[in-house]
Design a protein around this ligand. Structure first.
Ligand code: NDP
Ligand code: GDP
Length: 324
């Protein structure tokens, strides 16, 4: 029998890449699909995996639906990626963010505990938990200082994962992933907002893009590399916590320059700063140290920021051109 896996958040960026990775490794893949009024399957179609997976209705705020999904899928591995994942929205919908992004992790762990405590569990933790970190680069033992309701919710998800590992001996792992992007990133995140705008400007459909804080710095990696890190974490005998990052940092301003210049455009002529996109509390800089996962699991990033941003611009140019 092939290995079986269940993924929450399978319709998101990472869920789609992880589903493809697991299918390529011969897994039988199940995904929890939350009922929405709109089509959320475009990423699964884009990577050509929709027909090769089984979707099960459910929601991370509904523990009984996850118990049903686990009972049906009988997975050896359970990846909890489902979240309200956009930091800016978390100030407008803080309680929803706490329910989905925070309590959702507890619900998933409870579902594991109640159905089969042997299931290996992955929690999608975030570098946002470091927030206003006092030291750089951030590693597994760097103290957390979350700066948004999203980050606070993720911190709960992280610690409850650690706690269930320590309390009940679950094979529960928390991957502290720094920002990672791809052509499948949501349009609200700054990289994709910029690469999509670059494509529209290049093709004469837009004249400018309005952004917030251009000085914020992030450690941006490629999502395809990061789902491989998730998988590696669940293959080891002992669970643990791992930082996944590139170790490099770039400002939003520099990222814009890379994206615009890739399309032969000048960012100065097309980027406008709009205070509407400033956040109530900012995370100025994040840079991760991936030494532990490199040492223990042999993981390293394979894609530079420049390559990734270039690939995102190319994919958006193709997409926008196809719109006609
Ligand atoms: P996305 O926003 O692309 O995907 C989020 C997924 O969660 C979607 O499939 C969404 O479903 C699903 N979801 C939302 N609400 C619920 C719910 N109530 N119950 C079940 N599923 C739900 O995020 P990414 O793929 O980029 O990220 C994956 C995970 O990793 C998230 O937990 C994110 O917070 C975390 N993370 C991401 C980082 C990044 O840079 N990408 C960095 C660190 C952590 P739907 O399509 O129906 O809305
Ligand atoms: P985050 O790190 O998870 O919040 O990822 P985002 O891509 O949403 O934001 C990364 C950084 O870009 C943050 O510091 C934002 O303040 C900054 N930023 C500047 N302008 C924008 C914008 O217009 N949209 C978004 N999403 N972020 C912006």
């Amino acid at each position: 029998m092939s290995a079986r896996a269940l993924i929450t958040g399978i319709t998101g960026q990472d869920g789609a890449y992880l589903a493809r990775l697991l299918l390529d490794k011969g897994y039988t893949v199940f995904g929890l699909q939350t009922r929405r009024g709109t089509d959320t399957l475009w990423r699964l179609r884009y990577l050509d995996v929709l027909e090769r997976i089984t979707l099960i209705d459910g929601d991370v705020t509904d523990t009984s639906s996850m118990i049903r999904a686990l009972t049906r899928a009988e997975p050896a591995e359970f990846y909890n990626l489902g979240a309200q994942s956009f930091v800016a929205t978390s100030w407008d919908q803080p309680q929803l963010t706490a329910q989905v992004t925070g309590l959702g992790a507890l619900n998933a762990l409870e579902a594991v505990r109640l159905t089969n405590p042997e299931i290996r569990f992955y929690q999608a933790s975030s570098s946002e938990m470091y927030g206003q970190a006092k030291t750089e680069p951030q590693r597994e033992d760097t103290p957390f200082h979350p700066r948004s309701p999203y980050a606070v919710a993720k911190l709960f998800g992280h610690w409850i994962t650690v706690n269930y590992r320590e309390s009940f001996g679950l094979h529960a792992t928390s991957g502290i992933l720094f920002n990672h992007e791809s052509p499948l990133r949501g349009l609200e995140f700054v990289t994709r907002k910029v690469t999509n705008a670059v494509a529209r400007i290049k093709l004469g459909k837009l004249s400018e893009v309005r952004l917030g804080n251009l000085e914020a710095r992030r450690d941006w990696g490629f999502a395809g590399d990061y789902v491989d890190a998730m998988w590696r974490m669940l293959q080891q005998e002992q669970p643990g916590d791992y930082v996944v990052a590139t170790g490099r940092t770039m400002s939003v301003r520099e990222m814009c320059r890379v994206a615009f210049e890739h399309a032969g455009l000048d960012p100065e002529s097309h980027v406008t700063v709009d205070p509407a996109f400033y956040r109530p509390a900012e995370v100025d800089v994040l840079r991760g140290d991936y030494a532990k996962i490199k040492r223990e699991l042999g993981w390293e990033p394979s894609t530079t920021m420049e390559e990734m941003i270039g690939a995102m611009v190319d994919a958006d140019l193709k997409r926008v051109a196809a719109e006609g």
